[in-house]
Design a protein around this ligand. Structure first.
Ligand SMILES: *Cc1c(COP(=O)(O)O)cnc(C)c1O
Length: 411
């Protein structure tokens, strides 16, 4: 953990009267990371942020000047982006778009709608009949291939509710040409087949496959497309695996043969996790430590109702211990020295577990456990009100200063 993050948490805990429980987002860290990513990106590529990974307004604001736009998957997410910028490009996706959402997308001037089914296509065409400008769409495709990398979460290359089965493309093109003339314009294809892929070579190969497919379809249907959106899915390791090699990935993309042939096509990426995961911290104070049947448990002020990712994926979430000296009682302070401990939350369910059998040097009641890599899919996927405990506080580290400001109490 970076020293300034450690210092900020120590200082905030010292100021806190209640047992400490907070998310800390390092906005400067996110911005430096994304600036670094952009330096490697070849020409004719674009970078969007899929806000479902973390829709915190401060993160959207921090990313706004650094990226090409945002990907949203509901009217609610769309409004979150539009509250920050009325004009930034937005891509609108999602498998269950309601008519009101499609209308909101058009009203709020999204750049492209990712169409995910034949019925959705027909609904959209009906809605947009008679407009002066056609609505620009990308078709989200689910490929019939077994050649995609296997990860924890896959949305393509197998039966899923996402996107349009490749075998339905004939029909979709016919609908666009016959019923959708003047109402929608097919501007390209969208793929988002997996999440948390750590292997840069396989990711580049997958995108080469996307590009070859797009090329094949352009020829078969005589299409003139401008965009291939290759989705997100760039991974972040939650164990000792090596991180996704962005420099290698972008160098492979720069050399892609299919991309050279598609000389007028933009290749876009819309990561969520990869932009923000490493710059979020979930810090929870140890409330109790107790032995049970030859094991030790540390109970935290917090848990999976704030950070559901480890329970959702069944993994042990990486953490660091921040020692705190404060101890207000006359009796002994429970501790574990050089031993194994399972970190659990304050909920009355055995599912409330963040890390099983962790080796610790020293962990005492009152210390803080800081779960690293908690910037993506942690707070936002959690069941915040289960059992009615107070929400964590939210703090933000701005660029070039280690001063934590306190905001977003309504989270
Ligand atoms: C969730 C999602 C993303 C972001 O995925 P990550 O794995 O966080 O990069 C991008 N595109 C679509 C369509 C998504 O549903």
């Amino acid at each position: 953990m970076k020293a300034y993050v450690r210092e900020a948490i120590n200082r905030l805990q010292a100021e806190s009267r209640e047992p400490f429980c907070a998310y800390l987002y390092d906005l400067g860290g996110i911005r430096a990371h994304v600036r670094g990513m952009r330096r490697y990106m070849p020409e004719r590529t674009g970078l969007f942020y899929a806000i479902k990974a973390n829709p915190d307004r401060r993160i959207i604001e921090a990313l706004l000047p650094l990226i090409d736009g945002f990907e949203v998957a509901s009217a609610g997410e769309l409004l979150k982006v539009r509250e920050v910028s009325g004009s930034v490009p937005v891509l609108f996706g999602g498998p269950g778009k309601k008519e009101a959402e499609l209308e909101a997308a058009i009203r709020h001037n999204v750049s492209y709608i990712h169409v995910e089914s034949l019925l959705e296509l027909r609904r959209l065409i009906r809605l947009t009949q008679g407009r002066s400008e056609p609505v620009r769409i990308l078709l989200r495709m689910n490929l019939r291939t077994s050649a995609l990398p296997q990860t924890h979460i896959t949305m393509g290359g197998r039966p899923t509710p996402f996107g349009l089965d490749e075998e339905l493309l004939d029909e979709a093109i016919a609908v666009i040409r016959e019923e959708g003339r003047g109402a929608v314009r097919l501007c390209g294809f969208h793929f988002h087949s997996l999440s948390n892929n750590l292997r840069a070579e396989l990711h580049a190969e997958m995108i080469e496959l996307y590009l070859r497919k797009a090329e094949e379809w352009m020829e078969r249907y005589r299409l003139d497309i401008e965009i291939v959106n290759a989705g997100g899915g760039f991974g972040v390791p939650y164990d000792d695996a090596p991180p996704f090699d962005w420099a290698l990935f972008t160098s492979l993309i720069a050399r892609s043969e299919a991309r050279k042939r598609l000389a007028r096509v933009q290749l876009w990426f819309e990561p969520g996790r990869f932009l923000v995961a490493n710059h979020g911290y979930y810090a929870a104070e140890v409330i109790d430590i107790k032995p049970s049947h030859d094991r030790y448990f540390a109970v935290l002020r917090g848990g999976t109702h704030h950070n559901r990712l480890p329970a959702s994926w069944g993994h042990n979430h990486p953490f660091a211990v921040l020692p705190a000296e404060r101890w207000a009682y006359p009796f002994a302070r429970p501790e574990i020295r050089r031993g194994k401990v399972t970190l659990v939350g304050e909920l009355c369910t055995p599912k409330d577990r963040l890390h099983a059998d962790a080796e610790v040097e020293l962990l005492r009641v009152g210390d803080i456990v800081v779960f690293e890599k908690s910037g993506a899919y942690c707070w936002t996927i959690s069941h915040h009100d289960f059992l009615g405990h107070p929400h964590p506080k939210f703090y933000y580290l701005a660029e070039g200063n280690d001063h934590a400001t306190h905001a977003n109490m309504d989270n």
